[in-house]
Write a protein that binds this ligand. Structure first.
Ligand code: XLS
Ligand code: CA
Ligand code: CA
Length: 441
């Protein structure tokens, strides 16, 4: 087996004063932060689609970087991709990976043929994982959105045949996830949405999406899968209205169909901003609802209205993200998947490494800051004191269910004006506290 990146060695941790572009400045895998090693806290994953397959193609032009891995034959290329992926993970000290079925192995003629070739690649990955048990599958998923058969949706297609095909494809992707010991299975509703209500039976489509998910859970549990199921919210792109708009919308859907015990969220930063939320907002909504699962780490561009999937370099965002992760008790089955791609102009093999180093160091800094923010305690203390009125007196009576409208009316009439009970929200002071913690490392 040949080496694909012979000019790049294992990326070392050299600390913040290093100027070596091929070294980590902040990610020190075995250093303990917040009670666990950084590698346990961050659980970085490589995304097979961007890293192994994305060649820079966009709607205005063809690829700028070669992702053929030296093979023109699709079977040989799929195998070479596995070798190259394991080399990248090894050199970057990344323990996890994520895939869509078709990223691993493309479509051939019939579904049966496609499945047979897919099995061979899954077996090959299983062999590589057996040889290096540090490599693990974070989650798998099925690519039910690129082929023309999915033009009107997959689980939400008006065609029952397409629904059946989708179920068959997901069944196979679940089999592969289980075979590779994955602890996560993702549903991102690629074309599960609509362009116009003039041709859409929304009620049936949503019922069918829930049917598909129920079947997936039943099947996976029946073959012994014990991991998590995630829904990855996204408000738009490719469809105008995606059904899984944001975390709050997805929670409503899950509860309506009795799926809330089975699913958590895979929150992507760029999807949060597309929904006009902050990344932290989406994480907080998930956390407050016991639905925090996994993260697709990337960033969008606030000046662009589409999904740019850039490698994350915004330390502020990463810090607030890791604050939510630590407050949620850290990752269990989930982790940080770099659903990110180098810019089209960053086309050399080294750019793969520069991109991951940038993303990993950004989240390493985020973790360091978040841990300091929690031990510093000023923000948590402020929030606690802001809500102190709920721990005694009338506030406690409300929480304890001791009073209703009649008692509250009596209380308010006796009390008179209540504006004096308020104190400043101190937003600017708190933002300065965050800056102080951030730059005091
Ligand atoms: C696309 C999504 C997709 C999911 C997995 O926007 O981010 O890549 O993460 O299907
Ligand atoms: Ca994603
Ligand atoms: Ca995205």
């Amino acid at each position: 087996m040949s080496e694909f990146f012979s000019n790049i060695g294992k990326i070392p941790y050299e600390g913040k004063n290093s100027t070596n572009p091929l070294a980590f400045k902040y990610y020190n895998p075995d250093e303990v932060i917040g009670g666990k090693t950084m590698k346990e806290q961050l659980k970085f994953a490589l995304s097979w689609w961007h890293t192994m397959g994305g060649d820079g193609t966009d709607m205005f032009g063809c690829g700028t970087t070669d992702k053929t891995w030296g093979e023109s034959d699709p079977q040989a290329r799929a195998k070479a991709k596995v070798d190259a992926a394991f080399e990248i993970m090894d050199k970057l000290s990344i323990d996890y990976f994520c895939f869509h079925d078709r990223d691993l192995s493309p479509e051939y003629g019939s579904l049966a043929e496609t499945n047979a070739e897919f099995d061979k690649i899954v077996d090959y990955i299983a062999e590589k994982m057996a040889a290096d048990p540090s490599k693990k599958l974070l989650w798998g998923t099925a690519k039910c959105f690129d082929h023309p058969r999915f033009m009107h949706g997959a689980g939400t297609s008006p065609s029952a045949d397409v629904f059946a095909y989708t179920a068959a494809q997901i069944k196979k992707a679940i089999d592969a996830t289980v075979k590779l010991g994955g602890n996560g299975y993702v549903f991102w509703g690629g074309r599960e949405g609509y362009e116009t209500l003039l041709n859409t039976n929304m009620g049936l489509e949503l019922d069918n999406m829930a049917r598909l998910m129920k079947m997936a859970v039943e099947y996976a549990r029946s073959i012994g899968y014990t991991g998590d199921f995630y829904i990855e919210p996204k408000p738009k792109e490719p469809t105008k209205h995606q059904y899984d708009f944001d975390t709050a919308t997805v929670l409503g859907f899950l509860r309506k169909y009795g799926l809330d015990k089975d699913f958590k969220m895979n929150i992507e930063a760029n999807h949060a901003t597309l929904a006009q939320h902050t990344f932290q907002h989406e994480l907080r909504v998930a956390r407050e609802n016991g639905a925090f699962g996994s993260i697709d780490a990337n960033q969008g561009d606030t000046l662009l209205g589409w999904d740019t999937d850039q490698f994350p370099t915004n330390v502020y965002e990463a810090a607030l993200c890791m604050y939510e992760v630590l407050k949620a008790g850290g990752f269990t089955n989930g982790g940080l998947n770099f659903d990110s791609k180098a810019r089209r102009g960053s086309f050399t093999p080294e750019d793969i490494f520069h991109s991951y180093i940038a993303g990993m160091d950004t989240f390493a800094l985020g973790l360091r800051i978040a841990d300091k923010l929690i031990t510093d305690g000023r923000i948590d203390k402020f929030v606690e004191e802001r809500y102190a009125s709920w721990t005694t007196g009338i506030g406690k009576d409300i929480i304890d269910g001791k009073v209703g409208f009649a008692e509250l009316e009596k209380y308010a009439l006796e009390k008179g004006e209540v504006t004096d009970s308020l104190s400043s929200g101190r937003q600017e002071m708190l933002e300065a506290v965050l800056n102080n913690v951030m730059f005091n490392l």
